[in-house]
Design a protein around this ligand. Structure first.
Ligand code: FAD
Length: 461
């Protein structure tokens, strides 16, 4: 869609959250001439990347009255995408050899990501706009604007009116716990990966880890260093799957999914194998959750489908005053935040127009129909898989910003192939120096780096 020729409107915008999505969104809103207040309930920027050894009082996080810890990061976590493709496009995530406290690896630790986000906030002066330790407890439409109620720790609540609200509150805090037949009588310990930090508590135990994607693959190997045995239950595997994985301690097996759990401590897998386990770790993902949002029933979440949302960003009847950044799951998260938030900022400014409500609803329905045709359940609504770059490029064209680079897309594709084929080593042994070189050449052309790209071409362990 063509940008409109209307005069630019400056809007007063509330951003909820100062994680990566909120920081990037605040920058894009400012660039488009809006005034911005960022609400953040923690004491610092960084969101998910602020590691805390603390866990929740309920290890499965099912108790609605539990003490909530925001982050799901575990101590050993390293990024699962290379830093070149992870960083924001005009502020690349470069190794900082000038500072010995920094982690220069291509797939660095969670601490390095937090340090990068702190650098970003400093560079673009975002912290000045953030109200720390201030939780948004209610957001509701009032006469075409938005009332935001917030609570600063120790103080009473405060209501303010904004012309728009951008939700950047993250979606890796509310666990999804898989149901296992018979689990209520199973006597062992159960914990969701949201509350996993270190392997120590599993020493000498027999542990079942449910889920074998990014967190499941990492956590099972972390625990295998100290446990007696670790058994991964994988929904993606054939029902007769049973194999031993080549890990240093020779104690890790992969199975098909779990069939039943029993009072005597046994877990029966669909492949017929029986394991007497001490603990179950659920690496079964998270649920979208916006407890502060009141849309008078217009929006709903059903089986992790947030409905209705045009292009996973705008609820048609409430757009453009309400928008969401960062909902789809994909490999290049920060660049998605950048492109989505440029679109939101441009639409709020009146520089780019949205289609009519009817057209947006039509688009949403045709997306649902395409999922139905593929036999995919509702929980796949915001999983974009192979169409992620097509999705991002559609938005980029809409708001007139550069498309996603070839090397970035390819790094995600090839990185994913390595993750599947060599989960033990994919972060330290790679075969895409060509793509890395392309990335650093582009950073050089765009004057984003001052040194030769060959500095980065050696794999680092
Ligand atoms: P968050 O980082 O969760 O930030 C949300 C912020 O909103 C928080 O600071 C929170 O305190 C605040 N907030 C929430 N509710 C309120 C409220 N009511 N009032 C005020 N403040 C509020 N992505 C990658 O690109 N690379 C990786 O390697 C990678 N690894 C990951 C590993 C794990 C275990 C997980 C769970 C995710 C990983 N991701 C990774 C995805 C990651 O979620 C995104 O990269 C990104 O950091 C999410 O940013 P966000 O701003 O959307 O959410």
């Amino acid at each position: 869609m063509e940008p409109t020729s209307n005069p630019i409107n400056s809007q007063h915008v509330a951003v909820i959250g100062a994680g990566a999505a909120g920081l990037i969104t605040a920058r894009e809103l400012l660039r488009e001439g809006h005034t911005v207040v960022v609400f953040e309930r923690e004491k610092e920027v960084g969101g998910l990347w602020i590691y805390s050894p603390k866990t929740e009082s309920d290890p499965l996080s099912l108790d609605p009255n539990r003490y909530i810890v925001h982050s799901s990061v575990y101590e050993s976590l390293r990024t699962n995408v290379p830093r070149e493709s992870m960083g924001v496009r005009d502020f690349p995530f470069l190794p900082r050899f000038d500072d010995v406290s920094r982690d220069p690896r291509r797939y660095p630790s969670h601490r390095e990501v937090l340090a990068y986000l702190q650098d970003f906030a400093r560079e673009f002066k975002i912290e000045d706009m953030v109200r720390f330790e201030t939780e948004v407890v209610r957001v509701e439409p009032v006469h075409g604007k938005w009332r935001v109620r917030s609570e600063k720790s120790g103080d009473s609540s405060n209501d303010e009116i904004f012309e728009a609200v951008v939700v950047c509150s993250g979606h890796y805090t509310e666990p999804n716990v898989a149901h296992i037949p018979g689990i209520n009588s199973w006597p062992g310990k159960q914990i969701h990966s949201h509350n996993y930090r270190v392997p120590g508590p599993f020493e000498n135990e027999v542990v079942v880890v449910i889920g074998n994607f990014a967190s499941g693959a990492d956590i099972s190997r972390d625990i295998a260093q100290v446990a007696k045995e670790v058994h991964i239950a994988s929904r993606a595997s054939e029902s007769d799957t049973y194999k031993k994985l080549p890990v240093p301690h020779n104690n890790l097996w992969i199975h098909s999914e779990i069939d039943t759990a029993h009072e005597d401590g046994s877990i029966v897998f669909k492949n017929g194998k029986v394991v007497y386990a001490d603990s179950i770790v659920y690496c079964t993902g998270y649920k979208y959750h916006f407890p502060f949002l009141e849309t008078n029933g217009y929006m709903s979440i059903d089986e992790n489908r947030i409905d209705p949302l045009y292009k996973h960003v705008f609820p048609p009847a409430l757009a453009p005053g309400l928008s969401f950044i960062g909902l789809p799951a994909m490999g290049i998260q920060f660049v998605m935040f950048e492109i989505q938030s440029k679109w939101v900022a441009a639409v709020l400014a009146g520089r780019v127009k949205l289609p009519s409500q009817d057209k947006m609803i039509e688009d949403i329905n045709s997306w649902y129909a395409s999922l139905d045709a593929l036999g995919l359940p509702k929980r796949y609504t915001h999983k974009l898989g192979k169409i992620q770059s097509e999705y991002l490029n559609w938005i980029a064209e809409e708001c007139g910003c550069p498309l996603v680079e070839h090397w970035r897309n390819q790094q995600i594709v090839r990185g994913y192939e390595r993750l599947v084929s060599q989960p033990e080593t994919y972060r330290d042994e790679w075969d895409d120096n060509d793509l890395m070189e392309e990335a650093y050449k582009e950073f050089g052309r765009n004057k984003l780096i001052r040194f030769h790209p060959s500095h980065f071409l050696e794999p680092r362990g």
